[in-house]
Write a protein that binds this ligand. Sequence first.
Ligand SMILES: C[S@@+](CC[C@H](N)C(=O)[O-])C[C@H]1O[C@@H](n2cnc3c(N)ncnc32)[C@H](O)[C@@H]1O
Length: 289
Amino acid sequence: MSQPKQNNEVSKIVRWLRYLERHPFTPMFGVNFINFLRQSGDLERRFIKDPLRSIPELAGRISRGEQLRYGSESRSNQIIADALLLGIEYAASASVAGDVAEFGTMKGRTAQVLAAAMAAFRHKGRLHLFDSFEGLPESPSDRDRTSYHVQEGAWSEGACQGIGPKALRIKCKKFLPEDNIIIHQGWYSETVKKVADTISFGLVHVDCDLYQSTIEALDPLFARGMISEGALILFDDWNCNRSSRERGERRAWIECCEKHRIDYSDGGDYSWGGHKFIVHDYKSLEKDT
Ligand SMILES: C[S@@+](CC[C@H](N)C(=O)[O-])C[C@H]1O[C@@H](n2cnc3c(N)ncnc32)[C@H](O)[C@@H]1O
């Protein structure tokens, strides 16, 4: 069945706007111009006519620029940024040893928050950023294949591709010395095992959506004893997939806890989708044998 003509037109305009957003001349036009274009044809209503902006208690919570750029989504972004900031403050203030890791960098939004927070709280560790820079992989796991988001196409192969490693480094360099930013380019199944097990992590931000990716990120770190006592693990996509225990980051954490007998405190939800834990102890397969 052929797609209605109007849909094709809309997707052409969306593609054009995406291109324009990344174009080097875009700053000359500014975000407002882009959003003006977006509004035409009622393409992405929420960017300008965000209903939340009409509620006085909520309108001032996010800067105007943020709200124009991301609409109501910027409220979630703000809460996620707060959780990461608090996490870095916790790690620095509670003497949690080790570096900071992020799995899933995309456009560097949360990596930048981590970098700025590390600078603000004089965190002594380095920031490790792990990403394929090719977007999501096609997962070999049925747990991902049956994921609602994979089936809807939101988490399909190549989705969520963001900026490249160079641009990511430039974003984070604004806050941290370059030597303290370590970018691990490639699939987690390859990159994580290459990190020396003399390195430990005191905060891990998991934002890689899929069950299989989360297992590939976390399992080797626990197996090799690289998670510090008191480490904070934040899962950005915890409540995705209808909060199903059979899918995504939830499933991966359940399996890691069973396999490595992780003793943790549950730090609760943040934003609509995120959840955090503090690791007290666990059995690492390599170090405890
Ligand atoms: C949702 S995005 C991350 C969003 C980012 N934290 C932000 O706030 O802007 C998910 C990222 O995970 C990466 N990713 C997912 N699975 C991966 C894997 N197995 N290996 C490497 N990168 C992966 C994708 O390339 C993508 O950039």
